[in-house]
Design a protein around this ligand. Sequence first.
Ligand code: ATP
Ligand code: MG
Length: 557
Amino acid sequence: MENTGKNFIEQIIEADLAEGKTQTICTRFPPEPNGYLHIGHAKSILLNYGLAKKYGGQFNLRFDDTNPTKEKTEFVESIKEDIAWLGADWGEHMYFASDYFDKMYECAVDLIRKGKAFVCDLTADEIREYRGTLTEPGRESPYRNRSVEENLRLFEEMKEGRYEDGTKVLRAKIDMASPNINMRDPVIYRVARMTHHNTGDKWCIYPMYDFAHPIEDAVEGVTHSICTLEFEDHRPLYDWVLIECGFKEKPTDVPRQIEFAKLYLTNVVTGKRYIKRMVDNGIVDGWTDPRLVSIAALRRRGFTPESIQMFVDLVGVSKANSSVDYRMLEYCIREDLKLKAPRVMAVTDPLRLIIDNYPEGEKELLDIENNLENPEMGTRKVPFGRELFINRDDFMVEPPKKYYRLFPGNEVRLMGAYFVKCVSYDTDENGNVTAVHCTYDPETKCGSGFAGRKVKGTIHWVYAPEAVRCQVRLFENLIDEEKGVYNEDGSLNLNPNSLTVLEDCCLEPSLAQAKPYDRFQFVRTGFFCVDAKDSTEGAPVFNQIVSLKSSFRLPTA
Ligand code: ATP
Ligand code: MG
């Protein structure tokens, strides 16, 4: 589904380049280090990085650390790891907004000198009250007409720590009657005693996002500042700051802000706030729980950077908010792994199968293809002998119609091996089946060219004496699809079946050596990845990435 047309952001960039507004472009991804990144951020990262690459420009990673209370170094590290994993290379260009606090302070002083900013003593509540509403204009602050000298002195004193938190702010002097509430003398600096991870206790005044962000962009030479739709109404303020601080002449000059729609997924929690709640309440196993859609969780679950890129490309860039079907993400990982992942046999619910006419104590090594659809992946040796494991649901005593797997008297193919015919079965005192007895036909060895008769069913198996015992984890969505995201009391409506742990699954011996992040297709089941957190040497734990089949079809364009 290659999109031949250009998206609206590319059109803007190409026009800006053609008009000579800029010679080369620069984009940035500006995360706030207050949580792990999620699939929505991946869209923003790959969009910004992809544009820089496409137009031979520069991509900056900039930590937006202007609000020190919520920020943590742990998050800075995880964000870097996630972005690098996605393949977005910022090269030398990693910055912190706090690197520019001096510059921002200078800009604020300049605004005061120009009569474009004033120190205001109204409380936060009063400011809100004076601001007016969507239908009523605001009222001017009684402090609005302080002289430049007084403002300069008071702002200096704010910086020196002469005032309590929240008692004074610096406001831009714009227009209290503006139909855009963001332009009604917005606060641009506040007094707040917070120790900053980068600047320590140097500052007790901090710039507000709407003032800081355009300056950060301008200082770094960012040309196209791409953000999400909720900032559309803030764009006039973005431009006002840049023009009044002397960074550009008119709104359409660079740096310019461009908004696009956030990515939402159906039945998936993406908001940092909600994920944090589940992490803090122990509902999930930290930020990397494979059921989450944080990038670190997707990585742990077994998604590839390529699958996420494919997903982001399929979703495209738009101006209208909408939700994307989670199954589209699953489609992408299936497509990506189809030809890449070795296909192996794993029995998740083992039942013993004994081939009565196979010589006891004998074993042979069968050559089995690693990926039937990709012969380049070669073959491997898989042991076979008298005692095997098969999946419990591949045998039935009294099969329904159209059941072609094993039942008394029926013959099936053991994948990559021989035909076997069920002759009897053992039960325990409760009537549960404990073993299935078969006979095999040596003439039917796979690859022998045998064409004597046909069977309708093929089942997979594992050679019992060498089976690797593993834990396999199956996942469903954390949120119950049918009933909505929230309960009436505001709590999250969790799916009680989101995690199923299968102990003692039996896997081919080759899998004992599997390493964290190795991905496989378990034939007839799904794609699985070795868990990087809970696996130990020789005892891998497998996470289900996605099942093999889905009713999902790509929407045709
Ligand atoms: P959240 O809403 O999940 O808490 P955030 O917007 O507060 O996320 P930031 O660290 O501020 O997180 O975001 C960094 C960048 O990622 C911003 O440019 C933001 O616009 C973008 N972004 C955040 N969420 C999404 C999303 N769902 N889809 C696309 N881009 C997003
Ligand atoms: Mg934010």
